[in-house]
Design a protein around this ligand. Structure first.
Ligand code: ADP
Ligand code: MG
Length: 698
């Protein structure tokens, strides 16, 4: 496989545009992409026509505006290129208007009250900074996909991309101001760069098909632990089995065709868990690409008789999946603003941007936490598995020492260097990747980028990126204002760093974030510890958040409100689906199986007693099983009642809280009892594949 031949073949990328567009059109389009000026309509027609020809040559018959509604997945409505001629024949047509704007009847997408039912239309608008691509359905069908933003007719954001683009503009503007204040005259644009490491599980399709919980909820709602879990630590980075290697090879190929620079693949901690990581790119493209990664994982898995589970916690007692989201800021002239650099000037710039991050994360930790909240992550965050529900920043000791010294007004000292004067001295070389030394931190500096490790494996990365971009924009705004007024830029830089560390240094923690001591220490420091989605989603309504998103024109109060309503509803719906699946499985599979076992025991006892044999074991088992069966049955009845009650609660906050406090709690009780039964009841009677079947049959 010649990767250079395959890479990007399904993408209408820069190279294709340069080849296929007239020179002036290409240049105008580039200007639109780079400087974000609106595309003149005549230019759009030329681009659309070239795009159509290119797509048709590759077998495309349809096009779609590909968008990301608030469901967290992607949406597409396919239209063929055909258009009627006056003579009654057909031609393949695609106009600039069709490229730039679509009007899907989008009344069935969640709007959280933003779109009145009488105005069901929404519109999609081309994000020309993310390239169009071809999607193949595996049976020869090809569709041209145009990445778009999705808004209501009044211009309200109904999707994940709109705020992403707005937040990227906000952080670019403020970062530029800081750079200008530092004397930079060459940079014209700053882009947040993102690389999302995707964790996932694979399971054999034949076992998956027998588990209603996996089918409808994406996670096992029942299942006693297998004799072996991840205790041998033999899966992480272990040798990749042939069947999986075949799958990964196919996955890489599909992703490369789509222009996703799939780079790393390996076995993860839990049995049957894996990870893929692409090379980083600008945040909006990274978000689009991650959606494609999730979709392609699932599509390719099926071809290999596997099913890919993207859920945050498919199996109890084993590590769950996350999506480490690496984030930095990059200038259009190639500077990584979180790279310490080697000259005093670069060092000062780096420390300023670092200060902005510290300030932003401390001030809005609860927003970051919220951006990682979903029903799946409730099983991970704070459950003694990477990472805790408390946001802290890992800086590494070297950097922490330097920051502390500056904050105390002393000349910064560090190993191998006695003092640092901002703008004059150079920083000692910092270890490039600290991440290996601390895997427990939810937000870690890893040498030239930050790694946000809380992000949910099944969710879009847009939410976390929007929060990061916006909170950093605010911190940079303040820094820029100070620097712009400063007479002595180096002195002011020192003061900015000092203030950031003094006011927000409490967010820095380099120790073990899983430890009990940290939870106590974090509480002393006043850091929020938000344990559930229901709680996290409240932050949308806080004045501080509303003001922040409004100020930087990322989301209005109404848009925030709609998101909060949608996510609360999604959470409650997800829990209700789980509860209904649990009830179904308990009533139609587990309880009947246990009843058969009870019957066998009872018959055996009866028979033994007629011949005066000993039935001690049978009687003991019968008592144990009967007790568990009775409590399971009670749990089922209780769960049913609670489920009905939650449906009756109208207030979305209260409904979410009720789901968490009653439905989830009872589901857990029911699970415990059924799992105990699984350990006693005859394997041949057990109605579903066990954990051992699911985890060790790849
Ligand atoms: P690990 O975190 O496992 O040590 P790497 O350091 O190689 O792995 O990077 C993980 C991810 O971070 C990759 O997707 C990579 O492209 C991304 N990354 C690297 N540099 C940057 C950057 N400047 N901005 C955003 N993401 C980055
Ligand atoms: Mg990583």
């Amino acid at each position: 496989m010649d990767v250079t031949q395959i890479f990007g073949t399904n993408v209408f990328n820069d190279e294709v545009m340069r080849k296929r567009l007239p020179k002036d059109t290409y240049q105008l389009l580039k200007k639109t992409i780079d400087k974000e000026i609106p595309l003149p309509p005549e230019v759009a027609d030329v681009v659309a026509s070239a795009m159509k020809d290119w797509a048709i040559e590759r077998g495309a018959t349809h096009y779609t505006h590909w968008f990301q509604p608030l469901t967290g997945s992607t949406a597409e409505k396919h239209d063929s290129f055909i258009s009627q001629t006056t003579q009654g024949g057909i031609i393949m047509e695609f106009s600039g208007k069709q490229l730039i704007k679509g009007e899907p009847d989008a009344s069935s997408f969640p709007s959280g009250g933003l779109r009145a039912t009488f105005e069901a239309r929404g519109y999609t608008a081309w994000d020309c900074t993310s390239p169009a691509f071809l999607k193949e359905d595996g049976l020869g069908g090809v569709t041209l996909c145009i990445p778009t933003a999705f808004c209501s007719y009044t211009g309200m954001a109904l999707d994940k991309k709109t705020p992403m683009l707005r937040s990227m503009a906000a952080v670019s503007k403020q970062a530029l101001r800081v750079l200008r204040a530092l004397g930079n005259k060459t940079t014209n644009k700053v882009t947040p760069t993102v690389g999302a490491e995707q964790e996932y599980f694979l399971v054999d399709k034949k076992f998956f098909a027998q588990r209603l919980d996996l089918i409808v909820a994406g996670r096992t709602l029942f299942g006693a632990s297998a004799p072996k879990g991840q205790e041998m630590e033999d899966h992480y980075f272990g040798q990749i089995k042939d069947r999986i290697a075949e799958f990964m090879k196919d996955l890489d190929k599909e992703l490369w065709k789509l222009g996703v620079a799939s780079k790393t693949k390996h076995n993860e901690v839990a049995p049957s868990q894996f990870e893929m990581a692409p090379l980083f790119t600008s945040a909006n493209i990274a978000a689009d690409q991650n959606q494609l990664v999730m979709e392609t994982l699932q599509k390719v898995a099926i071809r290999h008789n596997l099913v890919c589970l993207l859920h945050e916690k498919p199996y109890a007692g084993l590590s769950g999946s996350g999506k480490h989201t690496n984030w930095s800021l990059c200038t259009d002239d190639g500077m990584n603003l979180l790279d310490p650099g080697t000259t005093p000037h670069e060092n000062a710039q780096f420390l300023l941007f670092l200060s902005a991050l510290i300030t932003a994360v401390d001030r809005h930790a609860h927003l970051l936490r919220r951006s990682a909240a979903n029903s799946g992550n409730d099983h991970r965050l704070g459950a003694n598995e990477a990472p805790p529900a408390i946001i802290s920043v890992f800086m590494g000791q070297e950097l922490t020492d330097i920051l502390e010294a500056i904050s105390k007004g002393k000349k910064a000292t560090s190993k191998g260097l006695t003092s640092i004067e901002i703008g004059v001295d150079t920083l000692p070389p910092l270890p490039l990747d600290n991440s290996d030394r601390n895997r427990t931190s939810p937000f870690a500096f890893t040498g030239n980028k930050f790694e946000f490790r809380m992000v949910a494996s099944s969710a879009s990365i847009s939410g976390p990126c929007v929060v990061l971009n916006t909170i950093v924009a605010e911190a940079l705004d303040e820094i820029a204002t100070r620097l712009e007024k400063a007479k002595d830029i180096n002195k002011e830089t020192t003061l900015v760093i000092r203030d950031a560390v003094q006011e927000h240094g409490r967010i820095i923690f380099n120790g073990n974030s899983y430890s009990e001591e940290w939870i106590k220490e974090a509480e002393k420091r006043g850091l929020p510890n938000i344990r559930s989605t229901a709680e996290a989603l409240k932050t949308f309504a806080e004045k501080k958040a509303v003001d922040l998103f409004r100020k930087y024109k990322v989301l209005s109060k109404e848009e925030l409100h709609s998101r909060r309503e949608i996510y609360l509803e999604q959470y409650a719906k997800q829990i209700c689906i789980e509860a209904k699946a649990a009830l179904d499985m308990a009533r139609s599979l587990y309880i009947p199986a246990v009843l058969t076992f009870v019957k066998e025991l009872a018959e055996s006892i009866e028979k033994l007693e007629t011949i005066k044999g000993s039935s001690v074991v049978q009687r003991d088992l019968l008592t144990k099983v009967s007790t568990l069966l009775e409590t399971s049955y009670k749990n089922v009845e209780q769960l049913d009642t609670e489920l009905t009650k939650t449906y009756e609660i109208e207030d979305s906050d209260k409904r979410a809280a009720a789901c968490r406090d009653t439905v989830v709690a009872t589901m857990n009780d029911l699970r415990q009892n059924i799992d105990s039964l699984e350990k006693i009841v005859s394997r041949k009677l057990w109605p579903v594949p066990t954990y051992a079947d699911l985890l060790f049959n790849l």
